[in-house]
Design a protein around this ligand. Structure first.
Ligand code: HEC
Length: 158
């Protein structure tokens, strides 16, 4: 074999060994997170701002504010918090973000935050966080992906 072929094959193996192994549901959730698209043909909508302006979710995918790695980004005065599942749901105790205090998220309170803009304590999220109109399937895919999101930035860990 030619040296270049050997090198390329080696490189391909190395990359695939580090790629995050996602199920079909998690992959669909990843597309929703990064591109704002549904696993069905439906075009997803979101409402944003105090005036509930309706926009296609593809214009405002999660990643555009929370980052591909889910660590959150500075966004004017209100910061999109980190979406690390450990921080949101698994760790003990009260969470704090943007002056709100709230207990751990569950799958259903997470869906409520994303669709209706309230946290687990019932605090209204800042209207800079859009309210997304998701089907049950889309919400399930998205939640499944959010549980894996932290691994996305730590590709060495299996
Ligand atoms: C236009 C920017 C923007 C987009 C797009 C966006 N968010 Fe947010 N998000 C925010 C901001 C800002 C906050 C903080 C609101 C607050 O603290 O009151 C937030 C808060 C949240 C929270 C609450 C976290 C906590 O600790 O209470 C969750 C969960 C969340 N976003 C998930 C998502 C998901 C999932 C998507 C995509 C479906 C998404 N966001 C899209 C800006 C955005």
């Amino acid at each position: 074999m030619n040296t270049w072929v050997v090198l390329l094959v080696g490189l391909a193996c190395a990359t695939s060994a580090f790629a995050l192994d996602l199920t079909d549901h998690e992959l669909a959730g990843k597309r929703l997170y990064r591109e704002g698209v549904s696993s069905s043909d439906a075009q997803l909508q979101a409402r944003v701002g105090a005036s509930d302006m309706k926009v296609p979710a593809s214009v405002l995918p999660c990643a555009s504010c929370h980052g591909n790695d889910g660590r959150g980004r500075a966004e004017g005065g209100v910061r999109p918090p980190s979406l690390d599942w450990q921080r949101l749901a698994l760790g003990q105790g009260t969470r704090e973000a943007n002056g709100r205090s709230y207990p751990a998220y569950t799958d259903s309170s997470l869906a409520r935050a994303i669709q209706h803009g309230v946290d687990p304590a019932g605090n209204r999220l800042d209207p800079a966080m859009p309210r997304f109109e998701l089907t049950l399937a889309d919400q399930r895919n998205l939640t499944a992906y959010l549980k894996r999101l932290a691994e996305e930035r730590d590709p060495g860990v299996e």
